[in-house]
Design a binder for this molecule. Structure first.
Ligand code: ARG
Length: 555
């Protein structure tokens, strides 16, 4: 509603003046909207105060506007609080979870996220991609896009040559059955240790991968088995996080689609031989060459990404494509983008990058073999949440489910609360706290509202005067900005904007609740307040859902 009003005013003035007009939402309470007039005054050769008078006349019949005041070069706009509140709250209470939902726009966004590597543990590192990607998926869908979620599994590449060699040498079927990925990871580590002593291993692994690429039956069988076991483990993580994908199309999916890439590159005269390998030079962009084929003819990560890009554009007809991958792959996505441009495509490619997860201020170990396993971390968070419930609210029903929802929301919100470019600290105690900037704090706010609403009969608000005081009105104003925040989150591919909004919303609710007694004698007043907090809960819960968290009735 807020955004609608803002845009309506903007459009009306732009139509009149034929200039771009800024209509901003100034910091709280100074005004609901403000129009800076300096620039327009220059452009139109009029005095600001004259413009202000002119605009007042132009907007005089706009509903929901109450007062327009010229102050220090700005025209400050104040809404009619009662009418505005009534409109906003009715909309929310009628539309419920659909509030802020846009009808399908016909636009398609491909989101490539999570994409862990087969035969390796799903590390805490892949968690970020999963959580950010899933939130973006929900946000885009909410605003009318068709989102297509793709899990670009790392299921191809030289490492599988290594693994096959290792398994053929030392593999034990029983251990594989029992420990699955953990076991594969151990084999992988062992291979690396042996390789240091015996350089011949490298050549063997290379040959083994070549055999795999040439479709050797025994190799394929083994690889498929590794993949199957890995997927079982990955799906445990996805189930518990409530994340899903439209397609699992890993790197191997493009095996038969890579010749075409090479053909196009040759046709466009882009492919150059460089010490036996085939590359696309990117000197003009001050970047290292993009490796397309290795000396032995094996393809590379980038080649597969190029094939994936074409496949997706042809099959999903995307308007834009997002790659939710860590900062360390920045160069790779620069290269992908540039090579696709050199091939004369103009895809809207965005690398949605993010920082590291730090534990005790240190980067997580991956290569050393001592990997922090995500499923263990999640279980730990849930277990701690369970203990808290046991001590604080032992009578609670469904303790297990509630603990799971709290544990997950702690992890998810810790990831999404800050700009994704920043590294994040992984401190379970802090994440699980019911106070501060945490997922459980938001859940707790929702539960609190539920406990007030429970067993109350709530009708459309009749007494609108209660919405006029600053603290109450501030809460309503925030509710009205939900759609605007969703759009901003999409523009920046930044779920943290929604996270911050929810924290502010919860804070505004708490301020309101501290200032007003809700369950009062006078029925009309009581009902108006209940109507307001019901709307608040709707928005809060929908925000939680979009970020990948579960709202609770009790905790
Ligand atoms: N499997 C890769 C990794 O773990 C991430 C893949 C990201 N997606 C892509 N299309 N390259 O590093």
């Amino acid at each position: 509603m807020f955004q609608l009003l803002r845009l309506k005013i903007k459009e009306k003035l732009e139509f009149f003046y034929h200039k771009e007009i800024t209509v901003e939402s100034p910091s709280r309470q100074r005004a609901d909207l403000a129009i800076p007039l300096f620039k327009l005054a220059k452009q139109t050769n009029k005095k600001s105060i004259e413009l202000a008078e002119e605009i007042k006349v132009l907007l005089q019949h706009e509903p929901y506007l109450q007062t327009l005041l010229f102050e220090r070069g700005f025209l400050n706009i104040f809404f009619n609080r009662k009418a505005f509140a009534e409109k906003v709250l009715t909309e929310i209470n009628k539309q419920k979870a659909e509030y802020g939902t846009l009808k399908p726009t016909g636009k398609v966004v491909c989101i490539d996220y999570s994409s862990p590597n087969i035969a390796k543990n799903f590390s805490v590192g892949h968690l970020r991609s999963t959580v950010i990607g899933a939130a973006l998926y929900n946000l885009y869908e909410k605003r009318g896009y068709q989102a297509i979620g793709i899990n670009h599994l790392g299921d191809w590449g030289t490492q599988f040559g290594k693994l096959i060699v290792a398994y053929n040498l030392w593999g034990d079927e029983e251990l594989l059955k029992r420990d699955t990925i953990d076991y594969l990871q151990k084999l992988y580590v062992k291979f690396h240790q042996e390789e240091l002593k015996n350089p011949e291993f490298e050549e063997q692994a290379r040959k083994a991968f070549k055999k795999l690429e040439d479709n050797d039956e025994q190799s394929i069988k083994l690889w498929e088995h590794f993949k199957e076991l890995s997927l079982i483990e990955f799906k445990k993580v996805y189930d518990i996080l409530g994340v899903s994908f439209d397609y699992y199309q890993g790197e191997s999916f493009y095996n038969d689609k890579m010749d075409r890439i090479v053909e196009i590159l040759v046709e466009k005269n882009l492919l150059i031989e460089d010490q036996g390998a085939l590359v696309v030079r990117l000197d003009n962009y001050n970047l290292p060459p993009a490796l397309i084929k290795r000396t032995d003819g094996a393809t590379l990560y980038l080649t597969r990404d190029l094939a994936a890009l074409l496949y997706r554009s042809e099959n999903y007809l995307f308007d834009k494509i997002l790659y939710v991958v860590g900062n360390e792959q920045k160069l790779h996505f620069q290269q992908l983008k540039l090579v696709s441009e050199l091939m004369d495509y103009d895809f809207k490619i965005e690398h949605v990058n993010f920082g590291l997860i730090l534990i005790d201020g240190k980067k997580m170990a991956t290569r050393s073999g001592k990997v922090v396993n995500l499923i263990d971390v999640i279980d730990n968070a849930i277990e701690r949440a369970y203990q808290t419930i046991e001590s604080k609210n032992p009578q609670l029903k469904n303790k297990k489910q509630v603990a799971q929802a709290i544990g997950i929301s702690a992890i998810v919100f810790n990831d999404l609360k800050n700009d994704r470019n920043l590294d994040i600290d992984f401190d379970l105690d802090q994440m699980l706290s019911f106070e501060g900037m945490t997922g459980p704090y938001l859940q707790y706010s929702s539960v609190r509202i539920h406990s007030i609403l429970k067993d109350q009969e709530i009708k459309q608000a009749k007494d609108l005067t209660v919405f006029e005081d600053d603290v109450t009105y501030n809460l309503i104003l925030q509710l009205s900005q939900f759609s605007h925040v969703l759009d901003r989150s999409i523009e920046e591919n930044g779920p943290h904007l929604l996270s911050r909004y929810l924290l502010n919303l919860a804070r505004s609710f708490n301020q309101f609740y501290a200032a007003h007694k809700i369950i009062v004698e006078t029925e009309t007043i009581r009902n108006s307040y209940l109507y307001l907090i019901k709307a608040t809960r709707i928005v809060l819960n929908e925000g939680l859902r979009l970020l990948g968290m579960t709202a609770l009735d009790e905790m």
